[in-house]
Every structure is written in C-alpha cells, then in structure tokens.
Write a protein that binds this ligand. Structure first.
Ligand code: NAP
Length: 251
C-alpha cells in the first residue's frame, strides 16, 4: 500500500529536496507552501506522487481544512514533516518585536496549528509519525538569532513535552535540528557558515533519521558536537565564544 506523507514548506530548500527523497522511498507526498506556482513546478517531477495542497500555515482555519482535504483525497497521512519556517537576523540595537512576532507566528504558531490538526487524527488511529523542523540555533543563544533561536528553542521544548504522551498513543514524534543548509533561507547570509551542507544532503540526513527510533535528528555531526559543547559550557566561557560572533551591525 502507498504510504502518504505531508511536507509543509516544501516549495523550496530542505522541504523540496525531502519531497524528492520521500518519493524515491515510495511515498505519495502532499506538498504545502504558499507559492502555488512553485508547488505546481515541484509536482511536474512526479505528478502521480507529488500532490500540491497550497497553504499558509499561519491561517488556522486553512490548516484544518487542508488537513481534511489531504486525507479525503489521498487517505490517512502516515508521515508529516513540518518544515515551513523563516529567518531574519536581529540585534539588540534596533530590536523590533514585530519581527519577533512574525517569526513566532510562522515558526511556532504555524507548526502548532499543524500539530493541532494532525495529532487527534493520528491519536485516533494509534499510528503515524510527525517530524518538526527546528534548528541547532535553538540550543544556544547566538548573536543575530535572538528571535529565530527563541522560536526553534520553543519547538524543541514543545516536542520534548509532547513526545512521551504521543508515544503512549502509538504516534512517533521526531525533532529535526539542522545546522547550516544551503537554501534560499541562508543564501542571504553574508558571513561564513561552518559545516554548510546541501539541501540534498540535509534531505538524506532527515529521511535516514526518520527510519530510526531516535527522537532527535541533528546534523551535520560536526555542528552537533559544536553546539552541544557550547551548550555545556558555563555562561562565562559560552559568552567568551559567542562575543566573537558579534558583527559591526550587532555592536
Ligand atoms: N537552511 C538552513 O540552514 C536551516 C537550518 C536550520 C533549520 N532550518 C529550518 O528548515 C526549514 C526550511 O528552511 P529552508 O532553509 O528550506 O528555507 P526556504 O528554502 O526559505 O523554505 C521555506 C519554505 O517555507 C515556506 N513557507 C514560508 N512561509 C510559509 C507559510 N506562512 N505557510 C506555509 N509555508 C510557508 C516557503 O514557501 P512559500 O514562501 O511559498 O510559502 C518555503 O517552501 C525552516 O523551518 C528553517 O527554519 C533551515
């Protein structure tokens, strides 16, 4: 029987590469993002197996409606990957809480609304797998990523809290914490991005990780070691390192 996946944020970057990999793995994939043209273009690669369901995840009613429509047309969803997200840098000087709110609305509330729509269905079926894409920037407060890092830390905490209860209902939950991935999101960065991987490599790390029983998928391994070490340091040492990441615009 064909397995059904739903990937949000799938019109570009990590989500788009993951769709191709999931199709190779035998899934029919419902793809969601706001850009209808980009979704239609994505579907041309395998029209039978890539099915566009345009969606703005910040619209709660639309999330409920699209979840219903996907299951009515394709059948019960086996795997969800919630990757819709965005990132803008922010600094103490000129800090703008409107930017914080926008990132929370998309990265946290958009994901929460998707979880709200799919969890009761999977709990009722006593099966299913949900993966939430956060970031290594949720591990440590990094200069320039105050709001973005806060959204990704929130997703890590949310998933850690939901995991045991979902597991008791037979539903698997995975948190995905990527390091730097070469996508339109990071192509606007004008600073060195250590251990940068391609979107295809990221998709393979995610898809391979989803086939294990690990709660967390974190990659690449060098970045995983770096953020875990940084996180384990006392604040004095941690700030001695993060202070070196300050840039002229962040002073
Ligand atoms: N690239 C990295 O280094 C990196 C590292 C760690 C974590 N991540 C996370 O990985 C995820 C994917 O990032 P990416 O690098 O692949 O970025 P990307 O290429 O910019 O892709 C973002 C995707 O999210 C969609 N999206 C944006 N707003 C949306 C909304 N309101 N509703 C539905 N879809 C929306 C975009 O499509 P539309 O604009 O058409 O809606 C696009 O498909 C994000 O959650 C990001 O935070 C990325």
């Amino acid at each position: 029987m064909t397995k059904i996946a739903w990937v949000t944020g799938s019109s570009s970057g990590i989500g788009r590469s993951l769709v191709y990999r999931l199709v190779r793995d035998g899934y029919t994939v419902a793809v969601s993002a706001r850009g209808t043209d980009a979704l239609a273009d994505l579907a041309t690669a395998a029209p039978q197996h890539i099915r566009p369901f345009p969606l703005d995840v910040t619209d709660k009613a639309a999330v409920q409606a699209v979840t219903e429509t996907i299951e009515a047309s394709l059948g019960p969803i086996d795997l969800c990957v919630f990757a819709a997200g965005s990132y803008t840098r922010d600094y103490a000087a000129g800090f703008d809480s409107d930017r914080t709110r926008q990132m929370f609305d998309l990265n946290v509330m958009g994901t929460a609304q998707c979880l709200e729509a799919i969890m009761p269905r999977m709990i009722a079926r006593k099966r299913g797998h949900i993966a939430v894409v956060a970031s290594v920037s949720g591990y440590v407060g990094l200069p320039g990523a105050a709001s973005y890092g806060a959204t990704k830390a929130a997703l890590n905490a949310m998933c850690e809290a939901l995991y045991p209860e979902l597991a008791a209902h037979g539903v698997k939950l995975t948190i995905v914490n990527p390091g730097f991935v070469d996508t339109p999101l990071t192509q606007k960065n004008d600073f060195p991005m250590p251990f940068l991987v391609s979107a295809e490599e990221a998709a393979d790390s995610i898809a391979d990780g989803l086939n294990t029983d690990r709660f967390e998928i974190i990659f690449p391994w060098k970045m995983a070691i770096a953020v875990r070490l940084l996180h384990a340091l006392p604040h004095k040492l941690r700030f001695a390192i993060t202070r070196r990441m300050l840039r002229p615009s962040g002073l």
